[in-house]
Design a protein around this ligand. Structure first.
Ligand code: PHE
Ligand code: NA
Length: 441
């Protein structure tokens, strides 16, 4: 499709919400969230994270929405139009971020496919040391590259087909499935022996932990809030750019954030009871910990092979709708701004992302580094620049656009703008500085 043919749009009213929820809900909720909670001290992290979702994530999501719907452009084109000059390079940061995130995201998604098959074929190993050894074999090297390739091939196929038939249809099946399965697993997990201890670890924050470790909790929570809501790299700009009607963006944002937060929260109610019941330490850091400990736990449980396969299968599906959105940012840029058709763009870009993911598939240490760099530095940096631009120099445009579909915001308009100008920007600056220090530590 050439740049001058009519731009695509969501087919139905709910298509946009489903797609945005599908983007938000993914490995961020089910893989990254529990290991961040474990690494950053349990309930203390959860509390700060929830605060950031509401105070930082919600206003920031509205900023991305208004930019996308106002410009009807991919992130680079959008920033060129509203910011002009050097601001288009912020769009470039978004695209680079999408490249980096999808490269390792797909590797982790590949593990989830592998672990689904593992449950169905051989079952899981109950012994933690054996599970660890098995993870090392499966999660790095040729196995990991093979499943990374399979996952990217699926993503390429869906994105190549386009917005309405590909993305919108896929998420309409995926999102309801995730909701049903996570709630079912949480009910199951509540019956486990370790549930009580797990709940107090997960749900009652120790103020001492926050006071002592805020330097690492803060950037981790801010980065996780952006990652989980798909903010800071133009996904929500891109998805809102396919909107035509005057939707109430604040309402849509609240629904999307509600779903994402609920699924992350419920995942904690699944993961921690299983870990505590199996006697696995939730503080085990690192990208692989959740796979090793969960597989070991599933290996110990009655019908664990089935519960595990359902769990990992669900995660794989959730990862798919997020990966689609990551790739769509890059593809929409090439389709809009260059004379390239969607299928070719998807194939070439997907192939390049596959190659970039190979180091992560070879070595878990590299994967951890990619993840930390993308999450605590790239996302936060790109997001920060966008927030500064829109809240400080385009506030009138932003409020006008948000009012389309809502009506007169009255004093809520300035409240939103000032929240972004001061609170969001300040928290992101602090998170960025602490995140950089943390990364180079
Ligand atoms: N929000 C997705 C998740 O939680 C990940 C993601 C990040 C997707 C950034 C798009 C952009 O898994
Ligand atoms: Na998420």
């Amino acid at each position: 499709m050439a740049a001058d043919s009519p731009r695509e749009q969501w087919a139905t009213r709910v298509g946009f919400i489903f797609a945005a929820v599908g983007s938000a809900v993914g490995l961020g909720n089910i893989w990254r969230f529990p290991f961040q909670v474990g690494q950053e001290g349990g309930a203390a992290f959860l509390l700060i994270y929830l605060l950031f979702i509401v105070l930082i994530g919600f206003p920031a999501m509205l900023v991305e929405f208004v930019v996308g719907r106002h410009t009807k452009r991919n992130p680079v084109g959008a920033l060129k139009r509203i910011g002009g000059g050097v601001w288009q390079y912020v769009g470039w940061i978004f695209i680079a971020t999408g490249f980096v995130i999808l490269s390792y995201y797909s590797v982790v998604a590949g593990w989830t496919i592998r672990y689904t098959l593992l449950g169905l074929q051989d079952g899981y190993l109950g012994d933690a040391a054996e599970a660890e050894a098995q993870f090392v074999t499966l999660a790095s090297g040729l196995d990991a590259i093979l499943f990374h390739a399979i996952f990217m091939a699926i993503v390429i196929a869906i994105v190549a087909v386009g917005i309405q038939r590909g993305i919108e249809l896929a998420v309409k099946v995926i999102v309801p499935a995730i909701v049903v399965i996570t709630v079912g697993l949480a009910i199951y997990a509540a019956t486990l022996a370790g549930a009580g201890d797990a709940y107090s670890y997960y749900l009652s924050p120790e103020w001492g932990t926050i006071a002592a470790e805020w330097q690492s909790i803060l950037p981790a929570a801010a980065g996780q809030a952006f990652f989980t809501l798909s903010l800071g790299m133009g996904v929500m700009i891109t998805y809102a750019s396919y909107l035509d009607e005057d939707r109430n963006l604040a309402e849509d944002g609240a629904i999307i954030i509600g779903f994402d937060t609920a699924i992350a929260f419920v995942t904690g109610l699944i993961v921690f009871p299983i870990l505590f019941t199996a006697g696995v330490d939730p503080a085990d850091p690192g990208a692989g910990a959740i796979f090793v400990s969960l597989a070991a736990a599933f290996g110990d449980l009655t019908l664990g092979w089935l519960i595990g396969a359902v769990f990992f299968g669900t995660v794989a599906i959730a990862a798919l709708s997020s990966a689609i959105s990551l790739m769509e940012v890059v593809v929409s840029y090439v389709v809009d701004e260059r004379d390239v058709d969607r299928a070719t763009a998807a194939l070439v870009i997907g192939g390049a992302i596959f190659l970039l993911g190979i180091p992560s598939a070879y070595d878990l240490v590299l994967l951890d580094l990619f993840d930390l760099f993308a999450d605590q530095i790239l996302l936060v940096f790109g997001g920060l620049l966008l927030m500064i631009l829109v809240s400080w120099s385009l506030s009138e445009l932003a409020v006008d656009e948000l009012e389309r579909g809502i009506g007169d915001l009255g004093s809520l308009g300035p409240v939103w703008i000032w929240t972004v100008r001061l609170l969001v920007v300040l928290v992101l600056i602090i998170a960025l500085v602490l995140g950089i220090l943390d990364y180079y530590e």
